[in-house]
Write a protein that binds this ligand. Structure first.
Ligand code: KG4
Ligand code: ZN
Length: 416
């Protein structure tokens, strides 16, 4: 039975809360949610339980289609999602050993992302929800990246559970965000990019330096990391013999909470005009790739330290950790540099929390998990809900502002 809801909302929910959806709120067994993701170039389906077990996590990549375009081609991506989504869904159900009747909800990435790409997971989820009567949950992609560490926290692997309030860095192909997270649904934007994202600039640099994506198993960012730091951070400090000085990059917005990557990248473009990559010696190319990567990460480190200092000066409550997620957060050099910088700047005890690399990049397990958190609070979308290519994270649950949430039953759910 649905519980406490203002009358107006209860009436508007009546049309899409089906008998199957009502059963969810009275069931004592763990809930099971199917998540679908197709906001960019990965077609994903995953099944997650309210006990935080990932029963299936299917990711079908499209890099073979996009590499020749030097980036994601929106129409080809949409078409590939249309071909792959049914495959991903049936594979996830098979791996989990479940039929659709066992699902308690269907979650999908509602946004932000590429509109046509989002329409594929939205359409598939709506059709499944309509056919089965299961609740539909349209999830904010960046909220899902930010909350992934709650899904992956484990005493076995020592992965800590974040505690609110914490800072969140979301570093992906579309975003460069520094947020203050106060609860699972309350995020304030402290800094965002004024031009392109860190992921987009990394991808373009990998393309301009002609680094094959295969080096990073299909990801240009991972390829740039492997190429620039084949032996890790420590081994990369000595310059090769007879190399010109490494390029230097001017950082934007000194002492302001704002990111910008266009300047760094155009400095690199200018360098490549005088030293075409096709004629560059491998060692020089590596030196340039390293210098760019370290400058890109330094900007992240600077802004985090600046935000921490600013919050302290303003007498704000201290944050209890820094969560870093999104595809770029899988970069091991960035992880190491951030820890070193926090230690040096006077925050050696601040927990620095990254999801495992495979769950930093796009996946549907994070979508299913946030769908579960929503389901447990009774925050369900109508079947008429539409995808949103632009969707600010501070509005991630704004549609439910008038709904009194149902108290989460599961002890594994973070406080709301
Ligand atoms: O979160 P994500 O998988 O998709 C979006 O929501 O955009 O992030 C993709 C971005 C791409 O720019 C990709 O090249 C970058 O994350 N990326 C990396 C690494 N792995 C993926 N960037 C740097 N180092 C990596 N190891
Ligand atoms: Zn993402």
């Amino acid at each position: 039975m649905l519980r406490v809801r203002p009358r107006a909302v209860r009436q508007s929910l009546a049309s899409y809360i089906t008998p199957a959806a009502r059963r969810v709120f009275s069931t004592p067994r763990p809930l099971v949610v199917l998540g679908l993701e197709s906001s960019a170039d990965d077609t994903c389906a995953a099944i997650v339980t309210s006990e935080r077990k990932i029963l299936a996590n299917v990711v079908l990549k499209q890099h073979a289609i996009h590499e020749s375009f030097g980036g994601i081609h929106p129409l080809h991506a949409q078409e590939a999602h249309q071909i792959s989504m049914p495959v991903a869904i049936s594979q996830a159900l098979r791996e989990a050993g479940l039929g659709v009747d066992r699902l308690d909800g269907v979650a999908f990435t509602r946004g932000p992302g590429m509109y046509g790409c989002l329409s594929v997971c939205a359409g598939a989820a709506k059709a499944l929800a309509a056919a089965t009567g299961k609740p539909l949950l349209g999830v904010h992609h960046m909220q899902a990246h930010a909350l992934t560490p709650f899904l992956t926290a484990s005493p076995v692997t020592d992965a800590p559970t974040p505690e609110f309030p914490f800072l969140t860095l979301l570093l992906s192909g579309g975003h460069t965000l520094l947020l203050l997270a106060r609860s699972v649904s309350s995020f304030s934007i402290l800094a965002t990019t004024h031009d392109e994202s860190i992921g987009a600039s990394i991808d373009k640099v990998a393309r301009d330096l002609q680094i094959p994506w295969a080096l990073g198993a299909g990801s240009p960012g991972a390829a740039l990391e492997r190429f620039a730091f084949p032996d890790g951070l420590a081994a990369s400090s000595s310059p090769g013999a007879n190399l010109p000085p490494a390029p230097t990059f001017t950082q934007p917005f000194a002492r302001r909470l704002a990111f910008s990557y266009a300047g760094l990248r155009s400095a690199l473009t200018r360098l490549l005009e005088s030293e075409p990559p096709a004629e560059m010696a491998e060692a020089r190319k590596r030196q340039v790739a390293r210098a760019f990567s370290l400058a890109a990460f330094k900007q992240i480190e600077d802004k985090v330290v600046f935000a921490l200092e600013k919050m302290r000066e303003e007498g704000q409550d201290p944050v209890r950790g820094l969560v870093v997620s999104g595809g770029v957060a899988s970069n091991l050099i960035l992880r190491e540099r951030l820890r070193l910088r926090l230690d040096k700047a006077g925050w050696p005890d601040l927990p620095l929390i990254f999801p495992p690399p495979a769950l930093c990049t796009d996946n549907a397990a994070m979508i299913a998990y946030v769908g579960l958190l929503r389901l447990q609070r009774g925050l369900i979308d109508p079947l008429t809900v539409m995808q949103r290519s632009k969707w600010p994270i501070d509005e991630c649950e704004a549609d439910f502002a008038d709904v009194a949430p149902i108290k989460a039953k599961s002890p594994s759910a973070p406080a709301v």
